[in-house]
Design a binder for this molecule. Sequence first.
Ligand SMILES: Cc1cc2nc3c(=O)[nH]c(=O)nc-3n(C[C@H](O)[C@H](O)[C@H](O)COP(=O)(O)O)c2cc1C
Length: 229
Amino acid sequence: MTLKEMIYHRKSCRSFTGKPVDAEMIEKILSFEPKPLYPEIKVRMDIVPRSQVKCICPWTTPQVIAIYSEETEGYLENIGFLFQQMDLYLQTLGLGVCWLGMGRMNPKTAPGVADMKFVIMLAFGHPKGSQLRHDLKGFKRKSMEQITDMSDPGLEPARLAPSAVNSQPWFFTHEGNTIHLYCAKKGSRLDIGIALAHLYVANEASFRFLRVETPQKLPDHVYIGSVTL
Ligand SMILES: Cc1cc2nc3c(=O)[nH]c(=O)nc-3n(C[C@H](O)[C@H](O)[C@H](O)COP(=O)(O)O)c2cc1C
């Protein structure tokens, strides 16, 4: 399956065999190069053993991807954008994956990264049994009407994007060919980056991201940026 096809089948995995992912697969993961939203922001990922992680979740994977970033304007959208491409990629390799907002690095066992902020991690590993969704009925998501000022099939990949506690904090407005993207005031910008990643993967050749100087205000929302698809 391609990354684009995976948008319509992916699912967070919380059930794993416990078998570590082998060196050949790790090599593939390390050589995957997702596109950044803000190329100037420094980002780092480390594949670390679970012993370096603190998490109260009831399930576990032997390895996780620990994600670090420079903490500058746009860094959360950038991380969501980059690592949602990774979420899709890992699943095309037949692995299970789950964003892990609950996870922290264990200060006693993790070496720490100078000058960068730990942002979030992705748990990944061999899934127990079949992992993917067969069809769209398996997605619990807001309706198109709830996330945009105008029904637009081009926004379907964003509608299906995962988000922390399935909050789906995104809202889209249209102005000609340009689509403006807003985040609910209490929402996470990381989730917005994730939705943007789905729009990019679904429109790889034509996707453009920009920020307009004086965006229209939307009550209880923050303007994040605009796209043409
Ligand atoms: C930023 C982020 C953080 C998340 N943190 C957790 C977590 O700590 N534990 C967990 O079980 N799921 C976590 N999830 C998974 C979401 O609950 C899940 O994506 C959402 O419910 C939609 O389901 P789906 O990914 O299967 O489509 C997280 C997802 C995102 C995007």
